[in-house]
Design a protein around this ligand. Sequence first.
Ligand code: PGA
Length: 290
Amino acid sequence: MMPDSPSENPFMTGPSTATPSRFEHVPLAVFQSSAEASQAVARDIAALIRSKQAEGRTAVLGLATGSTPLSLYAELVRLHREEGLSFKNVATFNLDEYYPIQPGHPRSYRHFMQAHLFDHVDIEAGNTHVPDGSAPLASVDAHCREYERQIEAAGGIDFQVLGIGRTGHIGFNEPGSARRSRTRRVTLDPLTRRDASGDFGGEENTPRHAITMGVRTILDARRIVLLAWGQHKAEIVRTAAEGPVTPQVTASFLQEHDNVHFVVDRAAAGALTRYRTPWLIGALADQVRS
Ligand code: PGA
C-alpha cells in the first residue's frame, strides 16, 4: 500500500519542488504497482468526499477516461459497496469526449464513465458532466462555454484526476495547445488516434476530433493528480516531469501548479534520471565529482 519510501508518498507530503536528490520538477511518487497507487489515490478522494459531506458541501471531481483510471474507479466502487462511501454530494466533470460521437456509443467517454463508475455508485445523474460529443457543429463553441460556466457554477474543481497520453497530452490538449486554452473542439494527434484505433476497429473509424477541457481549465483545479502506468509511459513521464515547460508537452504545464502530484508505477518511472542514471544525482553524484 505504500510507495517506495514514506518521503515519496504524495499523501504525506505537502506541495514541494524537486529535492536535490531528484531531477523532477514536480512531486512524484513511485508505487510498486498501479493497484497500490490507485488504492492510495482512491483513499484520498474518499477523504475529500467525506470531509465535504461533513460540511454539507459538494465535492467536485475532474475525471479522466482511458485504461489508466480503471483501477481507481474499481476501488471507488469497492469503497461505495463495502465501506459505505456515498457519492450523493459529488459532482463530476470529465476532461474530454470524442467528436462527433453519440453518448450511447460503446466507445464514447460518457458510456465509459457510466460503465466503470456512475452506474455503480449513488451519484445523482444530473451531477455528472461529460462534454457532449453529439452537439451540432454550429453549437459546439456555445456548448464549450457552457461547460466552463457549469464548472465555475459548481465552485471549481476540487480534485482533478489525469492520465497522460504518449504525446504528453492531458485531456486531449495535444502538442501546441496554449497554456491559456479553455474547453474547445480540437483535432486529435495522429499518435493519439493510432493509440485509440484498437477501440474503434481501425484508424479509419477513429474520430479525428474531440471536445476537451483546456490547459487553463485543468490548471484551475485546486488539486491535481496525474497517473501513469507501464513502460510505454516511461519516456513521456520523464519528459513531462524533468523537461522544460512547453506547449509541445502539455503535461509539462503541471510543473507550474502548486498542488500537483504525479503518481506512477515502477515501470512508468523507469526512464526517470533517479532510476536510469542515478549516478547523476545525490550521494553517488557527489562521489563522482569528488
Ligand atoms: P490511457 O490514455 O489511460 O488509455 O493510457 C491516457 C491518455 O491518453 O490520456
